[in-house]
Design a protein around this ligand. Structure first.
Ligand code: GDD
Ligand code: MN
Length: 377
């Protein structure tokens, strides 16, 4: 496979030469793959690019992109597009220039990809992973809380180290993501890309690594990055909740349809025991069509409409049973509370289960070209 290690740099002249040399040494033991390095430098005033150009003279697998300073994320986006579209990489790496990520760990991440992962993370927060012992409280907190925000606010629960900057990613995952659409400039890129990869169904694997503190130069993480990171985590949460919000709105209109039809049918003189289930079924159908036309419109769904209709009805029936049993339990536990309260509260689990099952089952998406299934070249 063709592997491109992307190293973004801003004022890393003291590190970049040594890093390239050390990576080259390590590459000798990864002889089965074609290893390249792509440095993405933002016109560092300290002459980082000059050092790389000098080394390029006797290294055809060392590449350089230069440009105006626009942030870590912007640099990675440029670098990944170049690695995939121009260099034709099968796998790209993210790696810092300051030796925080050990060159010898490159082969460990690569092994995870070879074993079937699409997205391998050099993780500090799985057993065996480490952060520098000399990190101050502030640096530790930024890293810790950054991950708490990513996991619980943005919803990336399953991943322990969401902000890691040492990762190996299969190009086919990147090809399914519109990198220009990530809308991130700085360090928020790490969670933005991870989130998109998970949505695409990428197989993520965390490999424990020891993160070493830099000895040369200084960190570029600033307040602006932290602000962008928080905003982006919120945006991910909102994006993911959007279909749930739409589904709930549809449900509320369904309630109006239910009562309206019930009233109309009674007005036409229909027996109430017939009018009630008929009104319920009409509202279920109403909800079904609105969810088709609006909530899940963007989905390429697996089942044909008649099958979806049947499943939707089944799920509604289940939600009804759930709601009614909650009602019975609440009545039993709190006999002195108004039955209206029980009735309202019992709607909650029904809505959640209703959404969950319809989203996962009724409106299930056709399988995308599953990233794990292609035969690696
Ligand atoms: N081209 C470019 N442009 N490179 C940049 C920029 C930029 O605006 N900002 C930072 N870099 C480069 C640095 O030169 C370095 O090679 C790498 O990106 C990481 O930057 P550091 O400044 O050393 O980051 P850090 O040590 O604070 O953060 C590390 O840990 C974070 C999580 O705690 C990185 O691994 C981050 O990616 C990670 O999110
Ligand atoms: Mn660093």
């Amino acid at each position: 496979m063709k592997i491109v290690i992307i190293v973004p740099t801003y004022n890393e002249n003291e590190n970049i030469g040594r890093l390239v040399a050390e990576l080259e040494c390590r590459f000798q033991v990864i002889a089965t793959h074609e290893m390249h390095i792509l440095v993405v430098d933002d016109n560092s005033p300290d002459g980082t690019a000059g050092t790389v150009r000098e080394m390029q003279k006797n290294n055809a697998r060392l590449h350089l992109l230069t440009g105006a300073k626009a942030g870590l994320g912007a640099a990675y986006i440029r670098g990944m597009r170049h690695a995939v579209d121009v260099l034709g990489a099968d796998v790209v790496f993210e790696m810092d220039a300051d030796f925080s990520h050990k060159p010898e760990d490159v082969s460990r991440l690569l092994a995870a990809i070879e074993a079937g992962a699409d997205f391998a993370i050099g993780s500090r927060y799985v057993p065996g992973g480490k952060i520098p012992e000399n990190w101050g409280l502030l640096r530790k907190s930024i890293s810790r809380y950054g991950n708490v925000v990513a996991r619980y606010l943005a919803g990336l629960y399953r991943i322990r180290d969401c902000t890691a900057g040492f990762r190996a990613i299969r190009s086919r995952v990147l090809k399914q993501i519109n990198l220009d659409d990530l809308k991130v400039q700085g360090y928020a890129f790490q969670i933005a890309l991870l989130h998109k990869a998970i949505v695409q169904g990428a197989k993520v694997k965390e490999i424990p690594v020891e993160f070493v503190d830099r000895t040369q130069g200084s960190s570029k993480l600033g307040l602006k990055d932290i602000r962008e990171f928080m905003l982006h985590a919120l945006m991910i949460r909102f994006d993911d909740s959007r279909s749930f919000i739409k589904f709930s709105i549809v449900g509320a209109t369904g309630l109006v349809v239910n009562l309206g039809c019930f009233g109309l049918l009674l007005g036409f003189g229909m027996n109430k025991y017939l009018a009630s289930p008929l009104a319920i079924e009409l509202s279920i159908l109403w909800n079904f069509f609105l969810n088709n036309l609006w909530t899940f419109r963007a989905r390429e769904v697996l089942f044909k409409i008649s099958t979806r209709g049947v499943i939707f009805n089944l799920v509604s029936l289940l939600a009804l049973c759930l709601s009614f049993s909650t009602f019975l339990v609440l009545n039993h536990l709190f006999p002195n509370v108004l039955p209206y309260v029980h009735q309202i509260v019992s709607v909650v689990p029904a809505v959640v289960v209703n959404y969950f099952l319809n989203s996962r089952w009724t409106f299930r998406e056709t399988k995308k070209t599953a990233p794990g299934e292609e035969v690696p070249s």
